[in-house]
Design a protein around this ligand. Structure first.
Ligand code: KG4
Ligand code: ZN
Length: 335
């Protein structure tokens, strides 16, 4: 079965074709970063309009890259939520209409399930059950995943998401959006022990809080302005963030008795986070799994793959398009 995946939940237009026999045939991605740059964040209406402009040309390019035609598509999967309502509508309506025209099934995919399952596309795919850390620009969640659609929330951020904290700290330091990779790069030249930043809620269950950490960075930054110590501050912030994420992951593994951890979402592309988890999990004879960096941030491949998991079990959506800006992973039906 050949599934076209469409991702338009935020500021990336991502399309991919997943073939159940051959694997990922190809993917194309258009990032709107430059479009939103001058506003310092994503402008929803501009995002929607740009998705509309890019969807058809990107589909043509993808089909040409994969050397296949529309008629060879057996299904269409599109991101149904969570995300920006207008942006979601563009991909969902385009995908639903295309599937109708081709006479093939369509399915609306949960964006975070897409992230969560992306590591299953790697050579070293983990088996269920596992603990999952979802760390993106909009979500920070720890889950127990016992199968597709069988997710139990163990903990989540009570304020900012991890990626959002990276982006806000980057903005403070006048680094461009998205801030995660920028902070990581700057941190390479800094001392992670230079500033002792708080690790909020470290000893309180499996929830997270990052807004205090962000404020602490601001307080320190005010003290060192003009001293050229931004790299030290970036390194110390990244250290506090990783330390917190790693400790919560270890706690979740102990609490659930699991030996497999999957990290997914944009922040899981962070090299130091991956390295630290590898070291720490080895000690307790557990393993960490993640997707290749290009599949950690938003992309169409994860949507095609997650869609296929449900389509092959006979699930599909009707003709009505119902996008949803808020959607809990726990509401998903099991496969
Ligand atoms: O999953 P994603 O592409 O989009 C959402 O669904 O939100 O995640 C984007 C987030 C941004 O906040 C970005 O700064 C962060 O992931 N990010 C990183 C890295 N690469 C992307 N954060 C830390 N280190 C990175 N290398
Ligand atoms: Zn995402």
């Amino acid at each position: 079965m050949r599934v076209l995946g469409l991702e338009t939940s935020c500021d990336e237009t991502g399309l991919a074709i997943y073939d159940s026999e051959l694997g990922l045939l190809g993917q194309v991605l258009y990032s709107q970063i430059a479009l939103h740059e001058e506003y310092g964040g994503v402008v929803p209406e501009l995002a929607s309009r740009d998705h509309i402009r890019k969807l058809i040309p990107l589909l043509e390019q993808l089909l040409a890259d994969c050397q296949c035609d529309r008629q060879s598509l057996d299904a269409v999967a599109y991101t149904r939520g969570p995300g920006l309502m207008g942006a979601l509508m563009t991909g969902a309506l385009f995908g639903r209409a295309l599937a109708f025209a081709l006479g093939v099934p369509a399915i609306g995919v949960h964006h975070m399930e897409g992230h969560l399952l992306a590591p299953l596309l790697s050579k070293d795919a983990p088996d269920f059950p596992f603990v999952a850390l979802l760390v993106s620009g909009g979500h920070t969640q720890l889950l127990l995943a016992e199968g597709i659609g069988q997710y139990t929330l163990l903990g989540e951020s009570i304020d900012d998401a991890a990626g959002e904290a990276f982006d806000k700290v980057a903005k403070m330091l006048s680094l461009p959006y998205p801030g995660g990779p920028q902070i990581a790069r700057l941190a390479e030249k800094g001392d992670p022990k230079a500033f002792n930043l708080p690790r909020p809620m470290l000893h309180q269950g499996l929830d997270f809080s990052f807004s205090g950490m962000k404020t602490a960075v601001l307080v320190q930054y005010d003290k060192i302005r003009g001293q050229g110590r931004e790299a030290d501050l970036a390194a110390s912030f990244q250290e506090a963030m990783i330390d917190t994420l790693v400790k919560k992951c270890l706690k979740a593994l102990t609490q659930t008795g699991q030996k497999r951890l999957v990290i997914a979402g944009g922040v899981s592309a962070n090299t130091l986070l991956r390295q630290r988890l590898e070291q720490e999990l080895k000690r307790i004879r557990a393993r960490v799994h993640y997707a290749e960096p290009a599949l950690c941030t938003d992309n169409g491949a994860m949507i095609a793959f997650a869609g296929w998991q449900r389509l092959k079990a006979g699930q599909q959506d009707g003709l009505a398009v119902t996008t949803t800006p808020r959607w809990s992973l726990e509401e998903l039906p099991p496969v």
